[in-house]
Design a protein around this ligand. Structure first.
Ligand SMILES: Cc1cc2nc3c(=O)[nH]c(=O)nc-3n(C[C@H](O)[C@H](O)[C@H](O)COP(=O)(O)OP(=O)(O)OC[C@H]3O[C@@H](n4cnc5c(N)ncnc54)[C@H](O)[C@@H]3O)c2cc1C
Ligand code: SF4
Length: 475
C-alpha cells in the first residue's frame, strides 16, 4: 500500500498544460511533466482500497494500486515492469487514454481521483530515460509464421505479444509508417510520433518484421497471405467515416475530419503537400460537425493553422457538469468534457441538427441548422425538430467528425469472404476467430470505433487466441 494516509495529506496535483498563447503556435505536446518527487507524492494518494475499482475500469487490467505503490517507494523499474505486464504501450495510454480508471477511483467519489494516467506516463517515460526498456527477443522460435494486417494499437499489441511468444511475425501496413490512428489520426499535440518510433525500434530489434506501404487485398492478395502464413490477424481498424448526405455536400470546403487531420500529421512529419491539395483552416471560419474527440482534435488543429473562428456543433444535448443520478460512481461519468483544444478558443453548441450546406461559386459559405430535442419513448431516445428554430452558421471550411461506421469492406474483407456482424464489423466468435480458417480479428475492425486502450486489450487477447490455435495445430 502506497501511504495509508497519503490521500488525506496530499491533494490532487495534475501536471497541467502549457499556456494557451504558447502552445497554439506549435504542434508539440500540450501536457507538461511533473517533477519526480511530486509524482511520487501523487502515487502516495492511492489508498489501495481493497477492491480496486480502478482496475475494473481499466480495459487492459492495469495493476494500478501495485505500480502506484512501487512508484511511491521510488522503485521506478519495478513499477515499469508491473505496468508492462498488462500493457504493451503505456506511453500511448499514459498520454491519450480518457482514463476510465480515474472515473472508477474511490477518491473520485469526492472528485479528486488519483492521477493514474499521468502516473502511468511518468513511469514509462522514466523507464525509457533510465534505459530499463530494452529489446528482449524470445530465446526460442516456434517456426510458426503470423501475418498481422494493420498497424494501429491493436495490430501493434497483437504483433508484439505473438513475437514475444516466439512466433515469426510480419506486421503489414498500407500507410508509409506504422501506427494507424495513433500516427495519422491523433494530432501531435496530444501524442508526439517519436513515442511510436521509439517503441517500434525496440519491437524490430526483438525480431518483428514490418512491411509498410503494402495494402493487403490490393498490393498483395489475401490468398497469398493465407498461403504463406500459419495464422492471420485482421487489425484493419474501422476506417469508413460517417457521411452527411445532404443538399450541398458536393461543395468545395467540406472534408472528412480524418482527411484533414491526416494531412496535418503528415505535414508535421515533413511530407510536402502541394498548396492546391492543402486543407487548411488559415483565415477560414471553421465549422466542425461532431462533438466528440475527433471533432475536438479538428478544433485544436484549426486553431494552430490560424482559423478566423472555430465552431463545433453536436446533435446531442449538452452533457451535465455533474453525474446524473442514473450514472453513479464507479461507472464512467457521462459529464461535459472540455478538452485542451476547447480551452484554446472555440464556440461549442449542442442539440443542433444539420439540414443543408449552402454555397456560392461552388464553395460552401453557410450551413443551415435546426434545434432538436431528445425525448425518451419506449425506452429509446427519439429526436424531434423544434419548429421555427432554423438558422444559418457562416462557415467556409466544414469538417465532418461524426465518427466511423465500420471497417472498409472493399478489398481484403471482400476478397477473403469474411463474415460481418449486424453493425457490419468483422464477425468473430469467442476465440476472436472469423469464419475463415486461421483468420482472426481484433481492435476497431471487430468492436467498432473505440479507444486506444481497448484496441491494445483486444490485440493482446487476439494474440492469446492465435497462440492457442498455433500450439494446438502443431500437436
Ligand atoms: C482523430 C482521432 C482521435 C482519437 N483520439 C483518441 C484518444 O485521444 N484516445 C483514445 O483512446 N482513442 C482515440 N481515438 C480512437 C483510437 O485511435 C482508435 O480506437 C484506435 O486507434 C483503434 O486501433 P486499431 O488498431 O483497431 O485500428 P487503427 O488505429 O485504425 O489502425 C488500423 C490500421 O490498419 C491499416 N489497414 C487497413 N486496411 C489495411 C490493409 N488492407 N492492408 C494493410 N493495412 C491496412 C490502416 O492503414 C491502419 O493503419 C481517436 C481516433 C481518431 C480518429
Ligand atoms: S490504460 Fe487508461 S484506463 Fe488503464 S490505467 Fe491507464 S489511463 Fe487508466
Amino acid at each position: 500500500m502506497a501511504d495509508p494516509k497519503g490521500f488525506m495529506k496530499i491533494g490532487k496535483k495534475p501536471a497541467g498544460n502549457r499556456p494557451v498563447h504558447e502552445r497554439i503556435s506549435d504542434y508539440s505536446e500540450v501536457e507538461q511533466v511533473l517533477n519526480s518527487e511530486d509524482r511520487k507524492l501523487q502515487a502516495s494518494r492511492c489508498m489501495d482500497c481493497g477492491i480496486p475499482f480502478c482496475h475494473w475500469g481499466c480495459p487492459v487490467d492495469n495493476l494500478i494500486p501495485e505500480w502506484n505503490d512501487l512508484l511511491f517507494q521510488g522503485d521506478w523499474k519495478g513499477a515499469s515492469e508491473r505496468l508492462h505486464s498488462t500493457n504493451n504501450f503505456p506511453e500511448f495510454t499514459g498520454r491519450i487514454c480518457p482514463a476510465p480508471c480515474e472515473h472508477s477511483c474511490v477518491l473520485n467519489i469526492g472528485e479528486e481521483p488519483v492521477t493514474i494516467r499521468e502516473n502511468e506516463a511518468a513511469i514509462v517515460e522514466h523507464a525509457f530515460a533510465e534505459g530499463y526498456i530494452k529489446p528482449n527477443p524470445p530465446q526460442v522460435r516456434t517456426g510458426k509464421k503470423v501475418a498481422v494486417i494493420g498497424s494501429g494499437p491493436a495490430g501493434m499489441a497483437a504483433a508484439d505479444q505473438l513475437n514475444k511468444a516466439g512466433h515469426t511475425v510480419t506486421l503489414f501496413e498500407k500507410d508509409e509508417k506504422i501506427g494507424g490512428l495513433l500516427r495519422f489520426g491523433i494530432p501531435d499535440f496530444k501524442l508526439n510520433k517519436h513515442t511510436i518510433d521509439r517503441r517500434l525500434k525496440i519491437m524490430m530489434a526483438e525480431g518483428l518484421e514490418i512491411r509498410t506501404g503494402v495494402e493487403v487485398g490490393r498490393d498483395i492478395s489475401g490468398k497469398e497471405i493465407l498461403d504463406s502464413y500459419d495464422a492471420v490477424c485482421l487489425a484493419i481498424g474501422a476506417m469508413q467515416p460517417r457521411d452527411l448526405s445532404l443538399e450541398g455536400r458536393e461543395l468545395d470546403g467540406i472534408h472528412f475530419a480524418m482527411d484533414y487531420l491526416t494531412q496535418q500529421n503528415r505535414v508535421n512529419n515533413g511530407v510536402y503537400v502541394p498548396y492546391d491539395n492543402r486543407i487548411t483552416a488559415e483565415g477560414r471560419k471553421v465549422l466542425v460537425i461532431g462533438g466528440g474527440d475527433t471533432g475536438s482534435d479538428c478544433v485544436g488543429t484549426a486553431i494552430r493553422q490560424g482559423a478566423e473562428s472555430v465552431t463545433q456543433i453536436e446533435i446531442l444535448p449538452k452533457p451535465p457538469d455533474k453525474r446524473a443520478d442514473e450514472n453513479p460512481w464507479p461507472y464512467y461519468g457521462k459529464i461535459l468534457k472540455t478538452s485542451t483544444s476547447h480551452e484554446e478558443g472555440c464556440q461549442r453548441r449542442w442539440s443542433l441538427s444539420t439540414l443543408r450546406f449552402i454555397g456560392m461559386q461552388r464553395r460552401v459559405t453557410h450551413v443551415e441548422v435546426e434545434v432538436v430535442t431528445w425525448e425518451k419513448m419506449e425506452g429509446r431516445f427519439q429526436m424531434k425538430a423544434v419548429p421555427g428554430t432554423k438558422s444559418q452558421i457562416e462557415a467556409d471550411l466544414i469538417l465532418l467528425a461524426m465518427g466511423f461506421v465500420h471497417p472498409v469492406h472493399e478489398g481484403l474483407l471482400e476478397e477473403l469472404g469474411v463474415n460481418l456482424d449486424m453493425r457490419k464489423n468483422v464477425a468473430v466468435d469467442g476465440d476472436l476467430s472469423t469464419n475463415i480458417r486461421k483468420v482472426f480479428g481484433t481492435g476497431d475492425a471487430v468492436n467498432g470505433a473505440t479507444l486506444v486502450v481497448t484496441a491494445i486489450a483486444s490485440g493482446r487477447r487476439a494474440a492469446r487466441k492465435i497462440d492457442d490455435y498455433l500450439l494446438s495445430s502443431s500437436k
